[in-house]
Design a protein. Structure first.
Length: 109
């Protein structure tokens, strides 16, 4: 904001020169680059923290597969295999949930 005010105030004295415009454009480009760098750094740190928390939960749950602790290190093929495995598990348990109320209704009749 202060750069914009500085540009507006100094413009008439510098006759709105191309050099002053170049300085402003360079300054805003550098600020944008720095802000993007800071945001990406914060997101990267946040992602690492989430991975560590999930690793701790996996490690602490009885019956959980500890080999999944470092899933982010797996290849794309290995991730696709795991995805297919979890999808099959989901479909299996979803089917059981659908059948379960039907069995209860038959038992009550």
């Amino acid at each position: 904001m202060s750069l914009v005010l500085l540009r507006v105030c100094s413009g008439p004295f510098l006759h709105w020169s191309e050099t002053s415009q170049l300085v402003i454009n360079t300054g805003t480009t550098l600020m944008t680059f720095l802000m993007v760098f800071l945001i990406q750094n914060a997101q990267s740190r946040d992602s690492r923290v989430v991975h560590l928390k999930l690793n701790e939960l996996i490690r602490g749950v009885r019956g959980a597969r500890n080999e999944l602790v470092d899933m982010q290190e797996l290849s794309e093929d290995e991730l696709e295999k795991l995805k297919a495995e979890f999808k099959a598990l989901h479909e299996h348990f979803a089917q059981k949930l659908i059948e379960s109320p039907r069995k209860n209704l038959r038992a009550e009749s």
